[in-house]
Unconditional design. Structure first.
Length: 342
């Protein structure tokens, strides 16, 4: 994936890459020549006691959490070492768009647990960490954060999960399927063996994923120049650098997710959540049309040391990013205080 154009909301840092070799997947498949991408901000912390690990959302890069990173923010770089890892399949970490030996539709199917396993490998084998202070993410990043708590309950002291699910809701799967069809029904998609991004497919994708699932009726009604906004969310899709095969692969991992299918829990989602030992903060807006609020409430209800906070925002799923200034201030305050608790 080409790096997205930097905007005023982004926090830049040198990109780091680690060649991890062949990586075995849950399915029995193998990702050949896995290359993991990450960035670091903040203080030096070889022990992990002051390290916070950021996790990326579907189709997003390490810039997804930049609205929380920096002096005086929740992930205060004068206090914490902040490591943000690009998720498997996003195009900076190895993905269908970047694999030389398994390109496009030849790339093996992977899961959110596979994402977490690659991150754990980077942190332990390459960076030498046996424990960190916290893991944090929004949307698919929040889902990874909860999975971290299930798969590696002693690795972190705290979890911050914004707009998460422990198991993907049927509603979310329908939304993803509609978006996949928007991409794959474009003749330019060519069965995943395209020479250029399927532009018409991305425009249709944007109507679903940027216009419907990421917003709320109140947020759309608040757009003062609706037609201009609606045109902009479609027109900006192709230049952002997202690859269609990458998004499709991550969306399938999204659909298949359930912490209950972690080995040892026999498909029992709530038993898996009950095994999380880290103190957990779950943050959700009043209404989310992508990851239903009820799914996040389940996370907070069944993790023993969890607390739920409601983000004061009409922005829906997009309440957990840089676009809503009131939500940004709330999340920085709440998350910063939570991370600082003894």
């Amino acid at each position: 994936m080409p790096h997205i154009p930097l905007g005023p909301e982004h926090v830049d840092a040198p990109h780091r890459l680690w060649q991890a070799g062949d990586f075995p997947l849950e399915s029995g498949g193998i990702v050949r020549d896995l290359e993991l991408s990450w960035v670091e901000h903040g203080v030096d912390d070889p022990t992990g006691a002051r390290t916070i690990v950021g996790l990326t959302a579907i189709g997003a890069t390490h810039h997804r959490l930049d609205f929380l990173i920096g002096p005086g923010r929740a992930l205060d770089t004068s206090r914490w070492r902040v490591i943000v890892i690009d998720a498997l399949g996003n195009g900076l970490t190895t993905a269908p768009s970047t694999s030389r030996t398994q390109p496009g539709p030849d790339f093996p199917a992977f899961t959110i647990r596979d994402m977490v396993a690659t991150q754990q490998l980077l942190l332990t084998q390459h960076l030498g960490l046996s424990r960190v202070h916290a893991v944090i993410g929004a949307s698919m990043g929040g889902m990874q954060a909860v999975q971290w708590g299930v798969s590696h309950p002693g690795f972190m002291r705290r979890i911050v999960a914004m707009t998460p699910m422990a198991r993907t809701s049927p509603w979310s799967r329908i939304m993803n399927e509609a978006a996949r069809r928007a991409l794959t029904n474009d003749p330019a998609f060519a069965g995943g063996r395209y020479g250029a991004q399927p532009e018409r497919g991305w425009r249709d994708w944007a109507v679903i994923m940027r216009g419907l699932t990421a917003r709320t009726p109140q947020a759309v009604a608040a757009e003062r120049e609706f037609e201009r906004w609606f045109a902009r969310i479609q027109d900006t899709m192709v230049p952002t650098g997202i690859d269609a095969n990458d998004w499709l692969a991550q969306s399938r991992a999204y659909d298949a997710h359930d912490v209950g299918t972690t080995p040892g829990f026999g498909g029992d989602t709530r038993a898996a959540l009950a095994a999380v030992r880290a103190a957990t903060l779950v943050a959700v807006p009043p209404l989310d049309l992508y990851n239903p609020v009820e799914a996040a409430r389940e996370v907070a209800e069944f993790i023993p040391r969890a607390r739920l906070v409601e983000i004061p925002s009409i922005s829906g799923h997009h309440s957990a990013n840089h676009q809503d200034t009131r939500a940004v201030a709330f999340l920085n305050r709440e998350i910063g205080a939570f991370l600082a608790e003894e």
